[in-house]
Design a binder for this molecule. Structure first.
Ligand SMILES: *Cc1c(COP(=O)(O)O)cnc(C)c1O
Length: 436
């Protein structure tokens, strides 16, 4: 074990991790359900679904067996000029589940590529159309402040300018950022779209909840107003459901709660039940048809070595089957219910000024911790919480001073209570250290 950590420190560079004054690193030996076990066999509850991906639990035997059998049959094949059963079956099963009128699934490897593909598709849609009509193509992209759409250059460009992107600002695409809608600013946002909408190619948004930007939540009805106006202006609307997809917000997709549907939807994280890397960008017939032409230049020249990897597609099919077999949406409903009941328990700490803005959306619960350091990702209280929670057998990973939970849906009532109690006891401890 000592050996493992030494070798890790010597050879491995971890994501989103400082390389000096490193935080302690935990060797995980195995997982089962919502539990992870360290090398000594100590269990802890994975209250953030291992970066928001795990749905049915770790090492689920049903998914594992399906992947194993597929690996013995066909592990990988080039996807240009070839196809295979898992990719086709998955696309055919996925499309009817999606909120909107979708026609084609384009596969990639992860959430960043799923949004990258969506942006390229939307921009080329306008370029392809311009070849027909001889008008200059629209190229402007609209995104929300506070958004997060991934870490590759295009995905970074449509994400909030933040500590994540700071080193790259001179190289990022120019993007129009608007605030997420509130009852106060909706008039202004509508006026902006009325004025500029005709020049905008695409609008990318995280429906209902902005994840890595700080678990910010906003109203479906207000988003609906923006989407409706965007559609009037023929803007390609891209719902980034990489995090919100597959039950996170209480419905299978967050866009189900919004009347206006997207033209493109991006999926990853929960797509394979959180077991394998896979991305999907699903588009409407309107978008797709702009690429169907004798003109070879209208081809979408994009692909990845592992596009539609058969193992990943099989894992996704198995996950969708589990949604039915295990009635996963019922488990989601139970978490939503528990979160609603738990929310009042936080009021005491709001009154004491220890926390701010407790909020829930589906299975997600979040609030800000008040601390002497500035708000944001670099606030060190997050690391403190992670280490203290770990001692109590729960894995939490606040985004700076934004504390949240996003549990796997298989979490038991007792495990979820343990997560709540851990948060409460950490808050009591913080309270004690402030006043004592
Ligand atoms: C995580 C996330 C991404 C990026 O996905 P990766 O698989 O980490 O590249 C994109 N969009 C949203 C909304 C996300 O939460």
């Amino acid at each position: 074990m000592e050996h493992l950590l030494e070798a890790d420190a010597r050879f491995v560079w971890h994501p989103f991790s400082r390389q000096k004054s490193k935080a302690p690193i935990v060797p995980v030996a195995r997982g089962k359900g919502s539990l992870l076990f360290d090398e000594q066999g100590n269990p802890f509850v994975d209250a953030i679904s291992s970066w928001w991906v795990t749905i049915h639990g770790h090492a689920h035997p049903y998914i594992a067996e399906r992947i194993y059998n597929q690996a013995l049959t066909l592990e990988q094949v080039i996807f240009a000029g070839f196809t295979h059963r898992p990719a086709v079956e998955l696309a055919a099963r996925l499309i009817p589940l999606l909120p909107g009128n979708f026609s084609k699934v384009f596969y990639s490897d992860n959430g960043s590529t799923a949004t990258e593909v969506a942006l390229k598709m939307a921009v080329q849609y306008w370029w392809n159309k311009s070849r027909e009509h001889g008008v200059p193509p629209r190229t402007r992209i609209l995104a929300f402040r506070n958004s997060y759409h991934g870490d590759t250059f295009g995905a970074m460009s449509v994400s909030e300018r933040s500590v994540f992107t700071m080193a790259f600002h001179p190289l990022l695409l120019e993007v129009d950022f608007i605030d997420t809608p509130t009852p106060e600013n909706i008039g202004e946002l509508r006026a902006f779209l009325e004025k500029e909408g005709d020049a905008i190619a695409a609008f990318i948004y995280e429906p209902l909840v902005q994840g890595a930007g700080g678990i910010m939540m906003y109203e479906a009805g207000l988003l609906n107003q923006l989407l409706s106006l965007a559609h009037e202006k023929e803007i390609i609307c891209i719902a980034d459901e990489v995090m919100t997809g597959f039950g996170r917000t209480g419905t299978l997709f967050a866009s189900e709660q919004v009347a206006e549907k997207p033209d493109i939807i991006c999926l990853s994280k929960g797509l394979t039940g959180g077991t394998m890397a896979l991305g999907a960008t699903v588009c409407s017939e309107k978008v797709y048809s702009a690429f169907v032409h004798d003109d070879a230049l209208r081809t979408f020249f994009h692909g990845h070595s592992f596009t539609a990897n058969p193992l990943a597609c099989t894992a996704a099919l198995a996950s969708l089957e589990l949604f039915e077999k295990e009635n996963t949406l019922k488990a989601v409903e139970n978490i939503v219910f528990a979160n609603r009941n738990f929310l009042p328990e936080l009021e005491l700490f709001v009154k004491k000024g220890l926390i701010r803005s407790p909020r829930i959306c589906g299975t997600i619960l979040a609030f800000e911790l008040t601390s002497s350091a500035p708000d944001g990702y670099l606030n060190p209280i997050g690391q403190y919480i992670t280490e203290e929670a770990m001692l109590l057998g729960v894995y939490l990973r606040p985004l700076g001073n934004t504390m949240y939970i996003m549990p796997p849906y298989c979490i038991t009532k007792e495990e979820l209570r343990k997560v709540y109690d851990t948060m409460l006891s950490l808050l009591k401890k913080l309270d004690g250290s402030q006043h004592g």
